[in-house]
Structures are given as C-alpha cells and as structure tokens.
Design a protein around this ligand. Sequence first.
Ligand SMILES: NC(=O)c1ccc[n+]([C@@H]2O[C@H](COP(=O)([O-])OP(=O)(O)OC[C@H]3O[C@@H](n4cnc5c(N)ncnc54)[C@H](O)[C@@H]3O)[C@@H](O)[C@H]2O)c1
Length: 377
Amino acid sequence: MKKIRIGLIGAGGMGRAHTIAYKNLTNFFGNEIVPELVVVADVNEAAAAKMAETFGYQRSTGDWMSVVTDPEIDLIDITTPNASHCPIAIEAAKNGKNVYCEKPLAMDAEEARNATAVTDEAGIITAVGFNYLCNPIQVYVRDLIASGALGKVVDFRGTFDQDYYNEPDQKHEWRMFKSASASGALGDLASHTISLSQFLVGDVDEVCGMTSIVVPERPDPKDPSKMLPVENDDDVHFMMRYKNGAIGTIMSNRLASGRKLSLTYEIQLTNGSIVYTQERQNEVQIYRHDDDKKQRGFKTVYAVPGHGDFDKFYPAGAGFGMSYSDLKVIEVHNALSAAAENKPYEIDFHFATKIMEIIDAVLESAETRSWVKVGKE
Ligand SMILES: NC(=O)c1ccc[n+]([C@@H]2O[C@H](COP(=O)([O-])OP(=O)(O)OC[C@H]3O[C@@H](n4cnc5c(N)ncnc54)[C@H](O)[C@@H]3O)[C@@H](O)[C@H]2O)c1
C-alpha cells in the first residue's frame, strides 16, 4: 500500500468532485494506492473549513502557499479558477510536489509552456483534469481507430453545448471575466472537445475561428441591481486542419437551449464512422461501410469489461452505466498511480499545453479573421 498525501486548493464544485473521487478510489481500485486527505485551502476560509468537516480533511486554511510548502504533502490538487492554476503549480513544483490540475491548464499557451518547463525541470509528475478521456468507451474508440478497421480519419465534428447560462436571471460569475478565466465557452467547454480531438485524431496544424458574446452583461451577484460585463465568448465555432491531413470543426455554446452535457463528436473515416454524445456516455454508435449492404446501419457498442477500466466498476458486463463521478475516480487513479510510480501520465502538462496552443490560435484567428498556425513557430 502506498499513501499519497493530498493538499487540495479550491473548495468549490470541482474541489468537491475530486474529493468524492479520492474517497471512492479504494472502493474500485483496491488499496494499492491510498489518498490521505490532509489539507484543503480556499481563499474563502469558511468554504475550506466546511469541506474539511464534510469530507474529513485533517486541516483547512485560507493560505494556499502554506499548502505547497507543507512537508506533509505529496500531491497538490488545483481546483481553483483558471488564472491561479499555473502560479500555484509552479510554486508546488518548486517545492517538489506532484501536481494534478483542473483544465484549462493556463490562461494562454505561453503560460502553459512556462509551467511545463518548470515542472519538467523539477522532475515532478503532472496530470490535468480532462476527465472525459478517462471514459472506457474513448479508450475503445481510440483502439478502434488505431486498428485501421474503419480506414483513415477524414474528419472530426465536435461540440460542447450546455444551456446553464441561458437562464434569464443568470448572475455574473468568474468564468465571464477575462482576468479570471481568459476565454469563455472555448476554454471552459470546448477545451474538452479539443482534448477528445487530440486524443482520438492527433495534432492540429491550423485553425480558423469566430466567437460571439450573446449576453453582454449580467447582474452582479453581490448587488443584482448593478450589471457586470461579460468579457469572453458565449459561443465559438472553428475549423481545423490536422497534421495528418484530416479536417475538422468544433462548436461550443454555453447558452445552447436544451443542451445539457452535449459534448459530442462524429468522426468520419474512409470506411466507416463513429458517433458519440456524453449524454449517453456508456455507448458509442459505429457504422462499418464494409458490412453486408443489406445489414448496414449504425450499431450501438456498449462499454464492457475490456474497455479501459470498465471492469473495475462493473466486472459482470455491459449495460451498467458508469457516471461522470466514475470518470473522476479513474482520473484520480491515473494521476496518483503516476505519482506513486514516478512515471509520466499521458494527460499531463505537455498534453494540456497543446490544447492551450489550439485555444490561443482560435482566439487569434477570431480577432484577425484569418487562418492561424497552431503552436510556436
Ligand atoms: N473537468 C471538468 O469537468 C470541470 C468541470 C467544472 C470546472 N472545471 C474547472 O475547475 C476549476 C474550478 O471550477 P469550479 O467549477 O470548481 O469553480 P468554483 O467557483 O465552484 O470553485 C472555485 C473555488 O476556488 C476558490 N478560489 C478562487 N481563487 C482561489 C485562490 N487563488 N486560492 C484558493 N482558492 C481560490 C473559490 O473561493 C472557490 O471556492 C476551473 O478551472 C474549471 O475550468 C472542470
């Protein structure tokens, strides 16, 4: 048994989701790696204290610096708003701590590259919260594409639409300020779609995008009679050309009526196609062009033991639905195993920097109304 002592920074929604995953880890993966909930920090000290009390962290604090310098911590888990991800990660790395950070990694690609250089130099393990890649069905899809059974990828069409900002009385929040979040739907939602595109199809060479702010101001949560500006994209569309010759589009709207967790993709290949929606995360639709003509049609493949870590949850077979929380358990397992074995995790700061490079290129493209190359020349 290996204990990993956790310092969590950020006691909001994602802090809660990560903590639930820590608490569930040994239930599904056994006690080879056991997280110890040592300390939780939040600028809102009362929120940190409440989380410590609810979930059994030994201590709480309002000072994250005391957590990254704490000799009793092995891994710093960052679940704060985007602007503080890299500053905290860099201090953690300088203190020799492994880092597990929520997406998007950084405010821009330069900040991501800098944080990656510091964490590489420190020789620590990093992991980033692109939890949808932990879905066993995505491991199946990646293997299916790699097998060549459906031919070569021709195009990827992805979305991430939600309607959580479409309520008329929706108040302003940090995600709408450039200083706290950088981009809007692009970094918050589409970063997940980009992570799937990266995981399943590969590197993007150039992009052409446009963004739109649909509701330009929102009521101040502290005083709803005052309005605050919405500074970043509510809606984003962009086209991509991959390095392997495939093409693609991604669209994301945080005011998309009726769309709840509409993280979707359709991948067209030369000999078939693959259709997925996160609203039905335990299955994927596969069309095989070389099926007998009289039998052709999309067929549903369910997640089963043999796909990724599905067997850890339901060894009996298909049809038992895994949930969002289960994906976080797999992610926590991946991050903590990498830290315990001192082996890099695929979804690390290098991977997340590629996502930031695409986000930067889309924003530049929208600004300049032109195609933009991805990454540093
Ligand atoms: N992977 C996913 O599916 C997913 C889902 C939602 C959010 N996220 C990401 O998680 C991060 C947090 O989002 P959230 O929804 O939990 O936000 P949230 O507003 O619910 O929580 C953020 C918490 O961080 C605290 N905080 C702010 N600045 C801080 C600082 N400098 N030091 C310490 N604490 C600080 C706030 O007081 C708050 O409690 C974001 O980067 C977001 O993009 C990821």
